[in-house]
Design a protein around this ligand. Sequence first.
Ligand code: ASP
Length: 328
Amino acid sequence: MTSDPDPSKTNVAPERPEYVVVIHGGAGTIRKDRMTEELEEKIRTALDAALLKGESVLKAGGSAMDAVSETIMILENSPYFNAGKGAVFTNAGTNELDASIMHGETLNAGAVGGVKTVKNPILAARAVLENSPHVMLSGEGADLFAKEQGLELVDQKYFYTEQRWKALQNILQKENVTTGDLLESPRADYKYGTVGCAVLDKDGNLVAGTSTGGMTNKRWGRIGDSPIIGAGTYANNKTCALSSTGHGEFFIRHAVAYNISARMEHGGADFQSAADAVINEELVKAGGSGGVIGVDHLGNVAMPFNTAGMYRGYLKSTGEKYIGMYKE
Ligand code: ASP
């Protein structure tokens, strides 16, 4: 008898892959006609390097925590994403970074908001999880904690990139003095570029992490969804691990990452339907743009987004691999 390659046509559950790594590099007005070939190539190369880093950790039997932190560090160290090195500028011309990480077995989580000197904010979030009794630290206190933890600190100059500086100048020129208009602007592309990673490791543990510079021209210490557990990041071994990207205010109001997990845990939804319902129905109705990436406890990947594009990719121990940018 020949075996049927379509698992949905048999009663045998498809085998869970040994490991899975899924990433995003932000969602937004990412369109082929606005992209140069050169930039596309650079972004693809960075996404590929991040996936390969995650795989090398997981293949060697490393933990999901290590895989997520090391994968995100690759993207934080790249100037092409709005996290770490490529972080966007605040209204005051500074850089304030947010990050979070969560472990799906213990439901332990760590987050930092508005750090200014930490080279890799994902490591600061992880240090909060592992070495503090807290879940979230913010501002100067978070920078101080990172220093006490021996993490690499940098001068704010490190975060300077010409394209992010120009993006701020553009917005400042166009800005209506009455605040608030900016966040509703249809020219949404300046908002995006956050990075995230979700992993299933060989032990069946799920971990997710997210890192961002937030939104260009943010002020008043604005913090988005990325460091908020349940909005920007969530992981639960019973359901899935998720990282969000998009207009953070909406992701906080709709508790996007937890919302997806809860639909699975309490509503019996499968991963893809739960993720689609939140991103392509609930958020769309509310006017919130963005997407999520994630992996469930069976190794299924979901990457829905309601924007023109989302930098995204995944890789499974089975050899399956995908990198995409635009809507298909
Ligand atoms: N969600 C992030 C924020 O609102 C931005 C992004 O994903 O690009 O801070």
